[in-house]
Write a new protein. Structure first.
Length: 186
């Protein structure tokens, strides 16, 4: 059966490991290094958000960003299962690191209040993308070995259908909520 959720536990663990690693790294690194890393993470995002002042501007940017990242996670599954696993872990790391950084600045309640409402939709979207990408690796591999391009195309189309029908709605909801949170919190 295509896309049995066999890998959900492993992908969930990698996201959690990434979050924990990000939090720990933030507390272990010296302040100067933290400031440089954070300015790199946040600086490029804020540069891209320049001129966007409404809830819908933020939501559109956040949706398109997450759409591209998660689509990459799914499609790179054709190459290897390591890329989806790495990207999900890196995403968790970024969330943990920036959450810890903002927690020091604004407090734990602020972080939870801004992260949880959209995170309950966005985290499952990231996990599902990782699962689809890894499953794509295993479903496409036999067809790639036999140089059966048509079957590889069918497998990719099934993965994209699952992505569009399951992941994208979660990303839309998360973007609308997160865009509102960015507007309200400044």
């Amino acid at each position: 059966m295509f896309f049995m959720l066999t890998y959900r536990r492993q992908i969930s663990y990698m996201l959690v490991i990434g979050i924990i690693a990000g939090i720990v790294t933030n507390y272990v690194l010296p302040v100067e290094v933290n400031n440089k890393i954070t300015s790199e993470f946040i600086g490029s995002t804020f540069d891209q958000l320049e001129g966007k002042h409404t809830h819908w501007d933020y939501s559109e940017y956040l949706f398109l960003h997450n759409f591209r990242v998660n689509l990459m996670v799914v499609l790179t599954g054709v190459l290897t299962s390591l890329i989806p696993l790495f990207v999900v872990t890196l995403n968790g790391y970024a969330v943990g690191y920036l959450g810890a950084f903002m927690g020091k600045e604004k407090g734990l309640f602020w972080v939870l209040a801004t992260l949880l409402p959209h995170g309950i939709f966005e985290f499952p979207a990231h996990i599902l993308s990782g699962i689809i990408g890894i499953q794509l690796t295993f479903d496409a591999r036999p067809h790639i070995r036999n140089i059966d391009i048509k079957s590889v195309g069918v497998v990719i189309c099934k993965a994209l259908w699952l992505y569009m029908s399951r992941v994208v709605p979660l990303l839309i909801i998360a973007a609308v909520i997160e865009g509102g949170a960015m507007t309200w919190t400044g």
